[in-house]
Design a binder for this molecule. Structure first.
Ligand code: BTN
Length: 251
C-alpha cells in the first residue's frame, strides 16, 4: 500500500481541493437543504436557500430558518468522509472568526459542532446519511436582531450582524465557508482525520465539563477518536456519542 501522505499529495495535485461548490443551487424556499442534497447526486454540490420550511436541527429539533436572515446551506457527498465532523466544525469556526475579525468577539467551538460568539450560538451543523449519500448541513445566523429569534432562544442565540455591529454579506460568507470547507475536507481526505481531530478536540475544551446525557450525569474526562465524550459518572466510566448529550456546563 502506498504512503497515505504521498497519496494525499497526489490527490491534491489532481485538483481534489476546490471541489466543493463547483455546482451551487440557490432556492427561495425549500423544506430542508439537507433533504435536497440527499436527493441529488454528485460530490460537493451545494444547496443554499433563502428560507427553509422544515429546517432540521440535532436531536430531532427544528431549526428556525426565517427568510433572508441566515446562511442555510448543505453540501452533498456520494460517500462517507472520515473526519467530516471535525473538518466542518473547524471550517465554520474559522469562517465566523474571519468575518468578525477586529470586532473583539470571542469565537469558540462548543462540542460537538456549535459555533459560539461571546458564549451564544451563532451556528449549528447537522450531518445526515441516507443510503450512500452524506449531507453536511450548516446554519449560520447572519441578519437577525434579538427579537427575530424565538423567545426561548433570545438569551442563547446571536447573529453575526449583532456581533459585528453592522450588516455582513451572506454571499461573501458563503464563498468564505466554501473555501474553508474545501481546504479542511481535502486535508482530512489527504492526510486522515487525526490532525483535524486533534485541533477540534483542543478547541472543544471538554475536559472537566459537567455533562448530562439521558439519565446520566458526570464529568467529561476526554474525547475519543470518534468524537465521543468519555464521561466519569457515579456509576462508572461511560462513552457518550456525539448525538446523545443534552446539556453541558463548565464548572
Ligand atoms: C443544530 O445545531 O441543531 C444543527 C442545525 C443545522 C441547521 C442547518 S440549516 C441548513 C441545513 N438544513 C437543515 O435542515 N438543517 C441544516
Amino acid at each position: 500500500m502506498s504512503d497515505p501522505r504521498q497519496r494525499g499529495a497526489t490527490a491534491l495535485r489532481r485538483g481534489h481541493g476546490l471541489r466543493i461548490g463547483r455546482r451551487i443551487l440557490h432556492y427561495d424556499a425549500v423544506d430542508s437543504t439537507n433533504s435536497r442534497v440527499l436527493a441529488l447526486h454528485g460530490d460537493g454540490v451545494v444547496v443554499a436557500a433563502e428560507a427553509q420550511t422544515a429546517g432540521r436541527g440535532r436531536h430531532g429539533r427544528s431549526w428556525h430558518s426565517a427568510p433572508g436572515q441566515g446562511l442555510w446551506m448543505s453540501v452533498g457527498f456520494d460517500r462517507a468522509i472520515d473526519g467530516l465532523l471535525f473538518a466542518a466544525a473547524l471550517a465554520v469556526r474559522d469562517t465566523v472568526r474571519d468575518a468578525l475579525s477586529g470586532r473583539g468577539c470571542a469565537v469558540s467551538l462548543k462540542w460537538p459542532n456549535d459555533v459560539l460568539v461571546d458564549g451564544r450560538k451563532a451556528s449549528g451543523m447537522l450531518i445526515e446519511r441516507r443510503g450512500g449519500r452524506t449531507a453536511l448541513g450548516i446554519g449560520i445566523n447572519v441578519h437577525q436582531q434579538r427579537d427575530d429569534f424565538p423567545e426561548e432562544l433570545r438569551d442563547r442565540a446571536i447573529s453575526l450582524d449583532m456581533a459585528a455591529g453592522r450588516e455582513l454579506s451572506r454571499w461573501r460568507l458563503l464563498r468564505a465557508l466554501i473555501t474553508h470547507l474545501d481546504r479542511r475536507i481535502a486535508t482530512v481526505e489527504a492526510e486522515g482525520a487525526l490532525g483535524a481531530w486533534t485541533e477540534w478536540a483542543a478547541a472543544c475544551a471538554i475536559e472537566g465539563r459537567r455533562i448530562r446525557s439521558g439519565e446520566e450525569e458526570g464529568v467529561a474526562i476526554r474525547l475519543d477518536r470518534t468524537g465521543a465524550i468519555i464521561l466519569s459518572t457515579p456509576s462508572g466510566v461511560r462513552t457518550v456519542a456525539w448525538g446523545d448529550v443534552v446539556e453541558q456546563h463548565a464548572f
